[in-house]
Design a protein around this ligand. Structure first.
Ligand code: GLU
Length: 448
């Protein structure tokens, strides 16, 4: 049996109850076969695959907090520190009722390769809680964040592990968590990224994941002699990634016509009004029904099981920016039938494995989240650099570096795919390019 198959079997046995983690490991190890086969003896002797699929540590803890009725609530907190071969652990904190160990491990595992691709020195980690921020008051959010950080603060630090935002964790939550860390540790340090601009945050961090997604998509299309201007796009999600993907797509001359949230989606053939979307989502924290109510050209559709949602429309570019496994095989078939040119992932693992395969086999340009959404964490690393030198850079400087990083990522994944004889397979290219750097560091650092 090949080394990859042996390790896949072991990982499946050890983590049988973790479907999302197994999905992520299967995708990565499968696509690494050409590299592993070429170095099988060295990697096997050093147990590289066994080590890279087992987190350095996984921390789980109780998060008790008091709600507005005086009732004590208990949530479960997580931080998985996966791999720090190339830098301190780095990755977001997801607050969503679906969060469990499998989801945090899949995200932490992906983060190793994504962070390596950024070209910056950051390792892989992820955390979060099954806390549901929806409908909570500001005081309840603060109570939760303070309790969560009281425990998490024991395990993180500017040179150890630097968490950030993800689904459910934005500027408000990072603020409450930063304040609590400072009280407990007594140090003002860059322990979190996505901070406010008056206390160590970086300009362009808010926009970075969405902007970065479009910089990469543009580089991909250019390489295939396709002009992004005039192209229509289907975007899913309406959070931080989707909003700034829509904004940058418009700046590049493209026309996003959809967005979605957990209860429904918008189809707006005139093009999404991004200022209105920001008002509804960032200021009012309201549902998309409010967007539709204020915009005559927009249709609102309630989400029902088995429907294609935003993937049913005839568009040139698909930008899944919501959450894992939101684009399945049936959606992929619909997109292909409608002549989609590219699918580039703003979310983490939004496309199922069979859908990815179908898109690739049908000539759709496909770039997975590890490369396509790396702009967020890359800009987090730029925030860390600014904190270390106690300076802040201008918007143009950070945005310019981000654009450069995304174009470099595209060049690197494209080159890695070519080197291993799978030209145009950007999933394999991303995994290979991310893996090579981490393995080099792991081998240099000995058994640890
Ligand atoms: N949550 C984002 C991601 O999935 C950003 C993480 C960070 O900035 O550390 O990459």
């Amino acid at each position: 049996m090949s080394y990859v198959d042996e390790v896949l079997e072991q990982v499946k046995k050890k983590n049988a109850d973790q479907p999302e983690f197994l999905q992520a490991v299967t995708e990565v190890l499968d696509s690494l076969r050409p590299v592993i086969d070429a170095n099988e003896e060295l990697y096997r002797k050093n147990a590289i695959l066994e080590r890279i699929t087992e987190p350095d540590r996984q921390i789980m803890f109780r998060v008790p907090w008091v709600d507005d009725n005086g009732q004590v609530q208990v949530n479960r907190g997580f931080r998985v520190q996966f791999n720090n071969a190339i830098g301190p652990y780095k990755g977001g904190l997801r607050l969503h009722p679906s969060v469990n160990l499998s989801i945090i491990k899949f995200l932490g595992f992906e983060q190793i390769f994504k962070n390596s691709l950024t070209t910056l020195p950051i390792g892989g980690g992820k955390g979060g809680s099954d806390f549901d921020p929806k409908g909570k008051s500001d005081r309840e959010i603060m109570a939760f964040c303070q309790s969560f950080m009281t425990e998490l603060s024991k395990y993180i630090g500017a040179d150890v592990d630097v968490p950030a935002g993800d689904i459910g964790t934005g500027a408000r939550e990072i603020g409450f968590m930063f304040g609590q860390y400072k009280r407990i540790q007594g140090t003002f340090e860059g322990v979190l990224t996505g901070k406010g601009l008056t206390w160590g945050g970086s300009l362009a961090r808010t926009q970075a994941t969405g902007y970065g997604l479009l910089y990469l998509t543009n580089a991909l299309l250019k390489d295939h002699n396709i002009d992004i201007a005039g192209k229509t796009c289907a975007v899913s999600g309406s959070g931080n990634v989707a909003i700034y993907a829509i904004e940058k797509a418009q700046q590049l001359g493209a026309k996003p016509v959809t967005c979605s949230d957990s209860t429904g989606w918008i189809y707006d053939p005139e093009g999404i009004d991004v200022e209105l979307l920001k008002e509804v989502k960032e200021v009012k924290r309201a549902r998309l029904t409010e967007y539709a109510a204020a915009r005559p050209s927009a249709e609102y559709h309630e989400k029902k099981n088995g429907e294609h949602g935003v993937w049913q429309y005839k568009v040139d570019l698909a930008l899944p920016c919501a959450t894992q496994n939101e684009l399945d095989l049936e959606d992929a078939k619909m997109l292909v039938a409608n002549g989609v040119l590219s699918v580039t992932e703003g979310a983490n693992m939004p496309t199922t494995l069979d859908a990815t395969k179908y898109l690739q086999e049908n000539g759709v340009l496909f770039v997975g989240g590890k490369a396509a959404n790396a702009g967020g964490v890359a800009t987090s690393a730029l925030e860390m650099s600014q904190n270390s030198e106690r300076l802040s850079w201008t918007f143009e400087e950070v945005d310019g570096k981000l654009k450069n990083i995304m174009e470099t990522i595209y060049a690197n994944i494209s080159d890695a795919a070519k080197r291993y004889g799978v030209e145009g397979d950007y999933v394999a290219g991303a995994n290979i390019a991310g893996f090579e750097k981490v393995v080099d560091a792991m081998l240099a650092q000995g058994v640890c």
